[in-house]
Write a protein that binds this ligand. Structure first.
Ligand code: XMP
Length: 545
């Protein structure tokens, strides 16, 4: 089984072999991944690894190292510490918040803890040096002498480590910025990676570009070329790959990349599980086959799925049935494709399984605190790996979601696919609360189509992160055409979010909601009432089941 999503044994053309890489060592701060993001935004490639990474085991040499913040205090008995070998690498090091304490801890251990927490905005006063010490000012080059920054820390330095000088202070932190006089080591108490620090990007750029001399070569165009090369080298001239596609952005982008790299030797499988949205299987098939030229097999398994879901009302049971049945069907199809390939003398074996894993999943799985229980397993068709001896290939494993969208655009994938809202694997089964049948599916599909069409018509599709109509398992009384009716209730849900971990409900204006409600009640048989869900996440979840 591949580790951390890498293809077994294949370390060909990995990004840090082609791009100068700043290594972010993560001490568990909720902002750590943002450091990587900010670096990539200035076209400097960056990867994040747990702070416990043994430097001798690192298969590549970073151009510079950033030590992140942390919820710990360096004085905690179980506080994480960096491998001291990082100081033997001979590259510049920047410590952010806890990273600054860590830097100081390794350079004397006699620094005292602060007793007051500081959280929020602060004014940073930059100290300038002259003569021999001028080089320690490079981190704040181009910044105003006083600038706003964002702080979030408990400890602070009250004594400078040997051979360090202060380069900035705030009202509460006399050593809000420090620099070594004889090595390219810098420490800052504030967080440059958050948008609340307006000069943050400049500070990160000063470190990466001016101090580390990292080349700003990371771009989606450059990534596409390297990745295609990497896929070809991994798969070989005859090897074949299979993968599931759903029409969602991750699987579509991964599939398109495979198609560009190895053409029809990539076999995509689209499973219609009977709980997709209106005409979804047909539309996705058309787009992938005709517009993107992906070698696609569609399996219509509606009857099998709906048969198994009959009479099941429990959300977790519905999820399990759909997940397991999906694996069963995909496995059968994959075996059939493999068999057909065996009978084609010129073709190679199916050796690889494509998976659209993204960087946040990789980060989560290698956290120094141990893999989080929240890692999503719903797209995992891992059972197949053991059974068919397939190796995992994950071309998006270095990318964040918005980079996947940028990659999709670079690959010429149409905007409506690149910006598609996420749709859960269990589909409408978790948007029809309670039992599912054909009639409930019809109502949910028609209502959802009206809602999404209106969102698109109002130019709000990109403003909402996810939107859908859910069908509640209750009936309400209404008056329609002078008659009392007893019909079902549609709940509309639309959220704004960046990470889908927290979300706010979208504030549509009243006229918009009135229009959607009127259309649904008038056009969808069996519905007499529409409500709008105004629950944020938390405490709600995005889906209703
Ligand atoms: P929740 O409802 O947990 O959703 O706030 C967060 C994001 O995850 C999606 N989601 C799922 N995706 N299988 C999936 O493939 C699932 O079982 C599942 N449950 C939730 C949801 O649509 C949202 O984008």
């Amino acid at each position: 089984m591949a580790t951390n999503g890498q293809v077994n044994g294949a370390a060909v053309n990995e990004p840090h072999k082609s791009f100068d890489t700043i290594l972010v060592l993560d001490f568990g701060s909720q902002y750590s991944h943002l450091i990587t993001r900010r670096l990539r935004e200035i076209n400097v490639y960056s990867e994040m690894l747990p702070c416990t990474q043994k430097i001798a085991e690192l298969p590549w040499k970073p151009t510079g190292v950033i030590l992140s913040g942390s919820p710990y205090s360096v004085y905690d008995a179980d506080a994480p510490h960096v491998d001291p070998a990082v100081f033997e690498l001979g590259v510049p090091i920047l410590g952010i918040c806890y990273g600054l304490q860590e830097l100081a801890w390794h350079h004397g251990k006699n620094v005292a803890a602060g007793d007051k927490k500081e959280y929020g905005h602060a004014y940073l006063n930059i100290q300038r040096h002259t003569g021999k010490q001028e080089h320690i000012d490079r981190l704040f080059e181009g910044l105003d002498d006083q600038t706003e920054v964002w702080m979030s820390h408990g400890d602070k330095l009250s004594k400078l480590p040997d051979s360090f000088e202060p380069i900035a202070s705030t009202k509460n932190a006399p050593f809000a910025g420090i620099a070594s006089t004889d090595k390219p080591y810098f420490g800052i108490q504030f967080h440059p990676e958050v948008t609340h620090t307006p000069c943050g990007k400049e500070v990160i750029k000063n470190f990466a570009v001016n101090i580390c001399k990292a080349r700003q070569e990371w771009s989606m165009e450059a990534f596409v070329d390297k990745e295609i090369e990497r896929i070809r080298a991994t798969v070989g001239p005859k090897g074949q790959v299979i993968g599931a596609v759903s029409g969602g952005v991750d699987s579509t982008v991964a599939a398109k990349l495979m198609q560009q790299a190895i053409g029809d030797r990539f076999h995509a499988v689209l499973v219609d599980n009977g709980v997709l949205r209106m005409d979804e299987a047909k539309t996705v098939e058309k787009r992938l086959r005709e517009h993107l030229q992906i070698n696609l097999e569609v399996v219509d398994a509606t009857d099998l799925f709906l048969g198994k879901l009959k009479g099941v009302a429990d959300p977790e049971k519905k999820r399990k049935i759909i997940g397991n049945t999906f694996i069963e069907i995909f496995q059968d199809k994959a075996k059939a494709i493999a068999k057909a390939a065996e009978q084609t003398p010129s073709a190679g074996d199916i050796e690889f399984l494509l998976q659209g894993t993204l960087y946040p999943d990789v980060i989560e799985s290698i956290s120094f605190k141990g893999p989080s229980a929240t890692i999503k397993t719903h797209h995992n068709v891992g059972g197949l790996l053991k059974d068919m001896h397939l190796k995992l290939i994950e071309p998006l494993r270095e990318l964040f979601k918005d980079e996947v969208r940028a990659l999709g655009t670079t690959l010429g994938i149409p905007e409506e696919l690149v910006w598609r809202h996420p749709f859960p694997g269990p589909g409408l089964a978790i948007r029809i609360l309670g039992e599912i049948n054909e009639e409930q599916l019809r109502i949910a599909r028609e209502a959802d189509k009206i809602f999404i069409d209106e969102i698109v018509a109002a130019g709000l599709y990109r403003k909402t992160s996810q939107a859908f109509a859910a069908l509640l398992p209750v009936k309400a009384v209404g008056v329609m055409g002078d008659k009392r009716v007893h019909a079902q209730v549609i709940a509309l849900r639309a959220v704004e979010t960046t990470d889908f971990m927290t979300a706010d409900w979208y504030p549509f204006d009243g006229e918009f909601l009135k229009r959607v409600s009127r259309r649904i009640v008038n056009e969808v048989d069996g519905v007499c009432r529409v409500v709008y869900d105004v629950t944020s996440k938390p405490p709600g979840t995005i889906e209703m089941e």
